[in-house]
Design a protein around this ligand. Structure first.
Ligand code: IMP
Length: 423
């Protein structure tokens, strides 16, 4: 059976956690393939909010297996906290949570290095979540990293110490004021390693291969969004992994010809956390309203998200890079009450009109060209059927579908599992 992918098409925070949760009953296995605790996937059901960082969003369904793939980076300390929260909620994760031996570990010194690197950049900082993501992927590609499978080996602590020492020298090199007590950090780290060791480690590419062969259904859950992709995002203001469809192949060991549906998730407007270009960003009351009504605060860092109109040029680009086959539009309810809605359909770039995402999209080079739409007043949050949606919203949806050439199959009208309209 083919593997379906679920990907964010903007700068993250599109609502992937909710949709995975909604779709999980259709799948035997939910697998994460990249990113780490920089992600914050929010799920709301039975009146309760749950935030997952590294654990796949299928964990609340008893029947689904949850795989943390080789492409993910794991911070044992944060992972342990996530497990503790699951235990508090009586979620029996032991039998359904599997971890790839090839996933890399985030060490305490990776987090410190992240902080030192950001501090050294001053105004040019990436706006990283400071979870150690970049330094860990650097050690992975530099062939110095420590993987989950290593902690099963007798002498892994020797390797750990050598790497941590090297990191300390690098932190000193940055010459920034980073205060830390490594002994303290390591105490938590090694405690958490013992908890990690009590879980089931697998050769996940083999597991996934056998699952596909035996006809099991798999959903690969992306983290962050396409515009944060290390290759195709707004570099250098990106994360350090491939957040796009290809990342699911390398992050789980799925052959490209085994990919089935590619679900692309986007918000009816746009948000971004951290630094970097954002052509449709709003600095006025409209942006403030989106942030307030949409509760636009980072699920991992709590930072306010920057808000702006939907950028169709960027969305088209993301659909192209990912081969999206079905779209899901989130947070349409947040736009209720706007008199006029705008969608960016082209850019004015160095004096010319262009319809693609250029290499360099710094603010002084680029400004959005908008198409305007009449807004709707109706509260969407109680609606359960497509037939109830206001005409203006249907017009908005029809325009996007026509421009993108891809059907919008789900319209989400609130954070709860139940606030989901299938089309
Ligand atoms: P890092 O991945 O923590 O290094 O952060 C790099 C950039 O990606 C920063 O701008 C972060 O705000 C952004 N970022 C990382 N993870 C997420 C996410 O899950 N949602 C939204 N933005 C993210």
């Amino acid at each position: 059976m083919a593997v379906d992918l679920l990907l964010g098409l903007q700068w993250g925070d599109e609502g992937k956690g909710k949709i995975v949760d909604v779709l999980t009953s259709k799948y035997d296995i939910i697998a994460r393939f990249q990113g780490g605790p920089n992600a914050g996937h929010t799920l709301v059901f039975n009146g309760k909010k749950h935030v997952l960082h590294t654990i796949p969003s299928g964990i609340f369904h008893e029947d689904a297996m949850n795989v943390v793939g080789n492409g993910v980076v794991i911070d044992p300390v944060i992972f342990k906290k996530e497990l503790d929260k699951l235990e508090e909620q009586d979620v029996n994760y032991r039998k359904v949570l599997l971890i790839s031996r090839k996933a890399h570990l985030i060490l305490p010194t990776h987090r410190l290095l992240d902080a030192a690197s950001e501090a050294s950049k001053g105004k040019a900082k990436i706006g990283s979540t400071l979870k150690g993501i970049g330094p860990t992927y650097m050690d992975k590609t530099g062939r110095n990293g420590i993987r989950v499978g290593d902690i099963e080996l007798a002498d892994w602590k020797k390797k750990y110490r050598a790497l941590a020492n090297k990191h300390q020298a690098m932190i000193d090199f940055y010459d920034v004021d980073i205060q830390y007590d490594l002994e303290d950090l390591e105490k938590d780290f090694f405690e958490a390693i013992e908890v990690l060791k009590s879980l089931t480690f697998i050769d996940s590419e083999e597991y996934v291969f056998q699952a596909i062969k035996s006809g099991q259904s798999i959903l690969a859950e992306g983290a962050q969004g396409s515009l944060l992709d290390i290759d195709f995002g707004t570099y250098p203001y990106v994360t350090s992994s491939n957040t796009t469809a290809a990342g699911a192949c390398t992050g789980l060991g799925i052959a490209p010809n085994k990919v089935g549906e590619v679900y692309g998730i986007f918000k009816a407007y746009t948000t971004r956390v951290g630094s970097g270009p954002f052509p449709t960003e709003l600095f006025d009351e409209d942006g403030e309203t989106m942030g307030r009504v949409g509760h636009e605060f980072g699920a991992t860092t709590g930072r306010p998200r920057r808000c702006g109109w939907l950028d169709l040029v960027a969305l088209k680009y993301a659909c192209q890079v990912n081969g999206v086959t079905q779209l899901m539009m989130m947070k349409g309810d947040v736009l209720s009450g706007f008199k006029t809605l705008k969608v960016c359909t082209a850019y004015k770039y160095k004096g010319e009109t262009i319809w693609h995402l250029p290499y360099n999209i710094e603010e002084d080079n680029i400004s959005p060209i908008y198409t305007e739409f009449k807004g709707w007043k109706e509260d969407l949050t109680k609606m359960t059927d497509e037939s109830e949606l206001p005409k203006e919203l249907n017009d908005y949806i029809a325009f996007l579908e026509k421009e993108l050439g891809i059907p919008i199959k789900i319209v989400s009208v609130g954070p709860d599992r139940k606030q989901t309209i299938f089309r």
